[in-house]
Design a protein. Structure first.
Length: 83
């Protein structure tokens, strides 16, 4: 199912990569053994969004993009993958 940004923009699910990583911070010994944080990665230039939107997005979110044009969102509030 695509990620709906607004009425005009949707990001296809094949464009998003999900991976599990070890969360930093407190959590006891388990945090060092279990990949409990999730990262969602999206490559803007390889995206199916329109060519007019890509440069505007890159300009607005340049400080949040990696050098190779990826946006990475990490969720690590909970210490379990399902949550």
């Amino acid at each position: 199912m695509p990620l709906r940004v607004n009425d005009a923009i949707e990001i296809a699910d094949w464009e998003l990569t999900e991976s599990f990583v070890r969360a930093s911070g407190p959590g006891g010994q388990n945090v060092n053994k279990v990949s409990s944080a999730v990262q969602l990665t999206w490559v803007v230039e390889a995206s199916s969004i329109s060519a007019e939107v890509k440069p505007r997005f890159a300009k607005l979110y340049a400080s949040r993009m990696t050098n190779d044009g990826r946006i990475i969102v990490e969720a690590s509030e909970h210490r379990s993958q399902p949550m």
